[in-house]
Design a protein around this ligand. Structure first.
Ligand code: GLC
Length: 445
């Protein structure tokens, strides 16, 4: 209960006081690509994917087990109580023969995403790359291929930025890594061993071997082991090896400090107001992050597109997750969603990439983004529901033109008491995807 209250308070803090987040000493040029990108793809993949959310007759969520109530299939080891040796033995049959890094990154690219983040090591401690630090890695499986190396090559080939999720705090394989809150807490001096033996050396290894564009660390609203000193030590390590690598706020969720590059929201959390620092929402397509064969809770494409545009309108990014199957394939419903979001962005991406927020609260069913252009500015009005017209507090004399973004169909702009009114044709809402109106203006708002 305490945890829930704490997390509620924290969410309220972030959601309602957008401008009072910790100030970050950012180099705007360094994170400019991240701000402009707006859309990234996340992948959770590892040994847990092989269990598909079930173990020993139990399927997540399972309330008959004390901690079985979550959908998160990447937590299966802890939540469905898989004995450590049995979990470790999964490595002996990890062999995703259909894995094709190029095909994955082509999907990412076609989805219109500009960056790719994969779990290099999740809480289970298993490394998807050839690690010199730990032999609990992909090279000690029948597959014996460095998955990260192949993905990095594909990202470079397709011009997609890439980063790694690295569980720097929880590690259920190392005898001194952090454990879930319901397990006995490790003495801090034991954790220190894990920190020096595995966590820091593997982060360094990832930086040196793969030169990532970002690192995605993971803590949440629990305070243990990740002191400000350890947080700063890890940041210093990243900075000393890579001047370009961005660091997310979940390196220490409750206290990210001054020296991170972007804020990371809680899972599927969407702030209600504009945040002035770069930020992103890690989001699921279903309920689980890792592949869960019984999780059929697929979100709709308009809903996900709305999250993407709505985050952009508040200065943030959308990092949409896929949980690939144990054979190395993306699930079919995920592929369809990626392709349809990609098709939508093909037509409307201008309203998303490189846009900035607008300091006007839109009416219900409307999202604003904007951009400066050589000939003035563009205000993008994304409609999430059918409407007869939209009203805007914009001076009539500021408008230089108006059209539906996808088709170029011109729209009439009328002067109204509050500014302007744009009547909308019925045919605009013949399909269920979000429609975007592009208003050409002399200046940004
Ligand atoms: C949480 C979960 C984890 C997941 C992550 C994604 O921290 O522990 O399983 O990787 O959120 O945002």
């Amino acid at each position: 209960m305490k945890r829930i209250m704490f997390s509620l308070l924290f969410c309220l803090f972030f959601v309602h006081s957008g401008f009072s987040q910790p100030s970050l000493s950012l180099d705007p040029a360094k994170s400019a690509w991240f701000r402009d990108a707006r859309f990234g793809i996340f992948v959770h993949w590892g040994l847990y994917s092989m269990l598909e959310g079930s173990y020993n007759g139990h399927t997540l969520p399972d309330t008959t087990l004390p901690e079985g109530r979550s959908w998160y299939a990447e937590w299966v080891q802890m939540r469905l109580e898989v004995p450590a040796e049995e979990y470790r033995a999964l490595a002996r049959s990890f062999n995703p023969t259909d894995f094709d890094a190029d095909a994955w990154i082509r999907e990412v690219k076609n989805a219109g995403a500009r960056y790719f983040v994969i779990t290099s090591k999740h809480h289970d401690g298993f490394a998807l790359w050839d690690s010199d630090v730990s032999d609990f890695d992909v090279m000690n499986t029948p597959f014996k291929r460095d998955i990260l190396a192949e993905l990095v090559a594909a990202c470079k080939k397709h011009g997609v930025k890439y980063g790694f999720y690295y569980s720097h705090w929880q590690d259920w394989e190392h005898p001194q890594g952090a454990l879930p809150y319901w397990k006995p807490k490790r003495p801090d001096k034991d954790f220190e061993k894990y920190w020096r033996e595995k966590s820091l050396p593997q982060v360094k290894e990832l930086l040196v071997k793969f030169d990532p564009d970002l690192l995605w660390f993971d803590t949440w609203d629990e305070v243990s082991h990740i002191t400000d000193e350890r947080r700063d030590e890890l940041i210093a390590l990243v900075r000393s090896v890579s001047p370009k690598c961005l660091i997310n706020g979940r390196i220490s969720y409750l206290n990210p400090g001054e020296n991170i590059d972007f804020l990371e929201m809680h899972d599927n959390q969407y702030p209600a107001s504009i945040l002035s620092k770069p930020w992103q929402t890690p989001a699921t397509m279903v309920r689980s992050w890792g592949w869960h064969a019984q999780d059929f809770n697929w979100k709709s494409i308009p809903q996900m597109t709305e999250y993407l545009v709505s985050n952009a309108s508040k200065g943030g990014n959308y990092l949409l997750n896929i949980g690939p199957k144990p054979d190395g394939n993306f699930p079919v419903p995920a592929i369809r969603r990626l392709r349809e979001i990609g098709a939508w962005l093909y037509a409307n991406g201008e309203a998303v990439y490189g846009t900035s927020p607008v300091q006007i609260t839109p009416e219900e069913g409307v999202i604003f983004t904007q951009k400066k252009t050589d000939d003035g500015a563009r205000l993008y009005i994304t409609l999430t529901a059918p409407k007869e017209s939209v009203e805007l507090p914009v001076e009539y004399g500021e408008v230089t033109g108006c059209a539906v973004l996808e088709s170029g169909r011109p729209l009439e702009v009328k002067k109204s008491p509050g500014g302007i009114r744009i009547p909308l044709p019925d045919a605009l809402f013949n399909d269920c995807s979000l429609q975007v109106i592009c208003l050409r203006m002399k200046n940004t708002l």
